[in-house]
Write a protein that binds this ligand. Structure first.
Ligand code: SF4
Length: 564
């Protein structure tokens, strides 16, 4: 038995270390020290998880309690040796490493990366293309969290895929399950003429803070954080659990130094028809990381672990209110949070709808080109070619957007035409299309077991139909999501669709959608309202065509579709 009594440690430290050593001797998970100095075990000594008795835990909480998902590397290796898929609780634990067993939609694993602020180097894009080519399906998908997913990975290749990611300076840790998802940031930050501050350093700092703090895994449910720089392209920060919005504070009588700060908005969860709301707090950029961490720790300790439907931050805040939530957060901070009226902050400029596409001048006089990647899918050849474009004409960087497409920054005026020619040679285009420029689709039934419809396939069919029938002079956003999980955020689309099975005359079912209209985000914030229920997809291209034609015929002046 190890004796720590003569070690010179304080009684608390001795107690902690005794637990540490006995945990190892019993073959249990390693305990770790929380930010507040408390001991934390995967196997809680008091047989509860943050006060919830074991018998009350929901299924996923029991799995996490049995073994921390971060510690299933042995299972990943063992299953690779026999090329077997994870079983039982390991299906959930694999998601802690960004690996999703997507059976029965596909008998394979899907990799979801983690790309802070959606910023990739050209070398990393090549590396991802290599993963997709060697171990995946020959293509990759851009997601609505400015992230990359690669499908059709077999268990025997999973360790190599994860090691390759690390080798190229990326990770997938915590990109699935009950963890803090990819940190998003305004995609033009750092070179946006309209922005108030470059938020990439803070998005990166948040990303690394999470990676380095083991107690920030295994939340009651998933958690989203986003930084809006005040720039021209929306990052949909108000759809996140925490949305940090840059604002300018001028001279005031409240004792706050003029400068650039962040407002903190809380509890965006549009699948539950709720945007994030300003909670009255004003933070310096550097304060955003400890405040987010403190709030997340409050959520970890107090969120519902018995009912998955009530386990998001929103439900804790609904129960407690902002006041108590912020009081509990304050207790974990070494500095006081600053309160300041929202109306005393200068409003940001409106966002540019579809500003993620086309050619735009940067703050340094160079240009960025937004490239349309239909429903987010890119072949390996396109990925390699775009990496070459970024190297040859830009600054060897690619920015992913939450609109399922990408931006190549840093292109001097004299190289623009050559860059455009090279982009078009890949089969992609930079030109905005008022319909397809905002056509978003989740994975759908070809790759997700929850899907009621082939969202990506249907979106392409719909986009092609509309593009062949009309010229729209105002951008519209059309979002197709396969189920109520709302990965494609149908409630923020001008036209949103949620998949459902529709019965036809012979008794079988076909792809169909419930259709909502009138959604928006940021300065056009609105939750779309359901207009049609259970429409078979084959009727939808004609229906949407009629809808848009009615808009074109009856709008007043250049009234937007959202206003119409
Ligand atoms: Fe799958 Fe549903 Fe998410 Fe679409 S919205 S990817 S169907 S979970």
């Amino acid at each position: 038995m190890v004796n720590l009594s003569d070690s010179g440690f304080t009684p608390e430290q001795t107690s902690y270390l005794s637990g540490f050593v006995s945990g190892i001797l019993q073959g249990r998970e390693l305990p770790f020290l929380g930010q507040d100095g408390e001991r934390r075990f995967t196997h809680e000594p008091d047989q509860s998880v943050y006060g919830t008795p074991l018998e009350d835990l929901c299924k996923e909480e029991r799995i996490k309690h049995e073994q921390n998902g971060l510690d299933c590397w042995d299972a990943i290796i063992a299953n690779a040796a026999t090329n077997e898929f994870p079983k039982d609780g390991d299906v959930f634990r694999y998601k802690f490493h960004g690996l999703f067993f997507v059976s029965p939609a596909q008998e394979s694993l899907m990799l979801r990366c983690r790309i802070a602020g959606g910023a990739l180097t050209s070398e990393q894009l090549r590396g991802l293309a290599g993963v997709a080519e060697k171990w995946g399906p020959g293509h990759a998908d851009l997601t609505t969290r400015a992230n990359v997913q690669i499908r059709e990975i077999m268990p025997e290749n999973a360790p190599n895929v994860l090691m390759a990611l690390t080798d190229m300076g990326l990770t997938s840790q915590g990109s699935g399950a009950d963890n803090i998802r990819n940190i998003t940031a305004s995609p033009t930050t750092g070179f946006d003429p309209d922005e108030l501050i470059d938020v990439m350093p803070y998005a990166r700092a948040m990303h690394h803070y999470i990676l380095k703090n083991r107690d920030l895994y295994g939340l009651p449910r998933k958690f989203n954080i986003s930084y809006d720089s005040g720039g021209r392209v929306s990052v949909c920060a108000d759809t996140n659990d925490i949305g940090f919005y840059a604002v300018k504070v001028g001279e005031n009588d409240k004792g706050i130094a003029p400068g650039i700060y962040f407002r903190m908005q809380l509890c965006g969860i549009t699948g539950h028809k709720q945007f994030a709301t300003d909670c009255g707090v004003l933070l310096t950029p550097a304060e955003t990381i400890p405040v987010a961490a403190a709030l997340i720790r409050v959520f970890i300790e107090n969120g519902d672990r018995t009912n998955r439907k009530k386990a998001r931050l929103k439900y804790l805040v609904d129960d407690w209110g902002f006041e108590k939530t912020l009081e509990e957060t304050q207790k974990k901070l070494a500095f006081p949070m600053r309160y300041f009226p929202l109306e005393d902050c200068a409003p940001s400029l409106p966002k540019s709808k579809h500003g993620h596409l086309g050619i735009h001048q940067q703050s340094d006089g160079k240009h960025y080109i937004g490239v349309l990647t239909p429903v987010g899918r890119m072949s390996v050849q396109q990925m390699l070619a775009l990496a070459d474009v970024a190297d040859e004409f830009g600054r060897s960087e690619i920015r992913l957007t939450v609109w399922q497409n990408l931006i190549i920054p840093g292109i001097p005026e004299e190289k623009l035409q050559a860059a455009i020619t090279a982009i078009q040679a890949t089969g992609l285009d930079h030109r905005n299309n008022a319909i397809t420029g905002g056509l978003i689709a989740c994975t759908g039934s070809r790759g997700c077991k929850y899907a009621a419809a082939d969202t990506k396939g249907n979106a392409i069919t719909l986009g092609n139909h509309l593009a062949s029938k009309m010229i729209l002079d105002q951008p519209v956003n059309i979002h197709l999501t396969g189920c109520h999980h709302s990965c494609a955020q149908h409630y923020i689309g001008d036209i949103g669709m949620m998949g459902t099975r529709v019965k036809v005359s012979d008794g079988s079912t076909v792809d169909g959608y419930n259709i909502v209209l009138g959604g928006g985000v940021d300065d056009t914030q609105a939750i779309a309202r359901e207009i049609w229920n259970g429409v078979a997809f084959e009727e939808i291209p004609g229906l949407v065509e009629k809808l848009l034609c009615t808009y074109l015929a009856q709008r007043e002046n250049d009234e937007s579709f959202a206003a119409f």
